[in-house]
Design a protein around this ligand. Structure first.
Ligand code: ADP
Length: 264
């Protein structure tokens, strides 16, 4: 059994309980984001993050070449290396891979990225974001077969060899689908999808396969991407998909046991 665990990168996500919980396992791929780190490095480099909202209401990071460089430095050179080191301290041999390494995540560049500005829809200039179209599961399986844990994050690469930013939740969903994983756990800084995002007691315990649009409507900002990724994984045949908390002890065990929002 292989599982895919995605750890969020917004502030409030904690790594220690996660690596402690994963220390005894070798049957997983760890996918990471790193939005908070990207934002902080961008500030330090004088390239503060910019976000845009698509006409359908999805919020994304602006990824022109200058901002994409920040993403690559913060994730592949920063967050990922630290996760690999944290696993090493727990006796786990892990290898960090961006989607560029080994052509792991093959993406298509988003040609028509658009933003909604005051009632008008504008085309994004020089956008370097993409959509993952293929995951090289053979590379992941080879590592897992050697007892090595793959730690995977953005960016990805296009067939033409361009580096593109991709959404880490969607990466996790695509990796889980490509591996035929038994479970996808999207761990984040909230208990799951909330009916009222300001009230943790309003947790949605399950989202049925049919009629998911009602739930999509609850999810603002980046939670929307998680719900979309969770639904993509369900459609891709992943039997257990959960959005759960990364906080507190045993986050993996708890999410596997169904704590959080379970997508069926
Ligand atoms: P991560 O970095 O862990 O992937 P994100 O910041 O991308 O996390 O997404 C989680 C955030 O989504 C929450 O911290 C919350 O602010 C926001 N959010 C928006 N709508 C909802 C909702 N309905 N339920 C829960 N969280 C929501």
């Amino acid at each position: 059994m292989t599982i895919v665990v995605k750890i969020g990168g917004a502030s409030g996500n904690t790594l220690d309980p996660l690596v402690a919980d994963l220390a005894g396992r070798r049957d997983y791929v760890l996918v990471h984001g790193g939005s908070d780190r990207v934002d902080r490095l961008g500030e330090a480099m004088g390239r503060p993050a910019e976000y845009y909202t698509s006409p359908s209401g999805v919020v994304s990071r602006r990824s022109d070449p200058a901002h994409l460089e920040v993403v690559v430095l913060a994730l592949a050179g920063g967050v990922q290396t630290e996760i690999v080191a944290a696993l090493f301290r727990r006796g786990v041999r892990a290898v960090g891979l961006s989607g560029v390494d080994g052509g792991l995540l093959l993406a298509r560049r988003k040609e028509g990225a658009r933003e909604a500005v005051g009632g008008r829809v504008l085309r994004l200039a020089d956008d370097r974001s993409g959509t993952v179209e293929r995951v090289d599961a053979t590379l992941l399986r080879a590592l897992l077969g050697l007892g090595i844990v793959p730690v995977v994050g953005p960016p990805a690469i296009t067939a033409q060899g361009e580096i593109v930013n991709v959404d880490a939740d969607r990466v996790a969903a695509e990796v889980a689908t490509a591996l035929g994983a038994q479970a996808l756990l999207l761990l984040t800084n909230v208990p799951g999808l909330l009916r009222d995002r300001t009230d943790p007691t309003t947790l949605v315990r399950s989202v049925p396969r049919e009629g998911g649009d009602e739930f999509l409507a609850m999810a603002a900002g980046r939670m929307r991407k998680k719900v979309l990724a969770a639904r993509a994984a369900v459609a891709g045949g992943v039997p257990r998909v959960v959005i759960g908390t990364s906080q507190g002890i045993d986050p993996v065990r708890r999410a596997l046991a169904g704590e959080g929002t379970v997508f069926a």
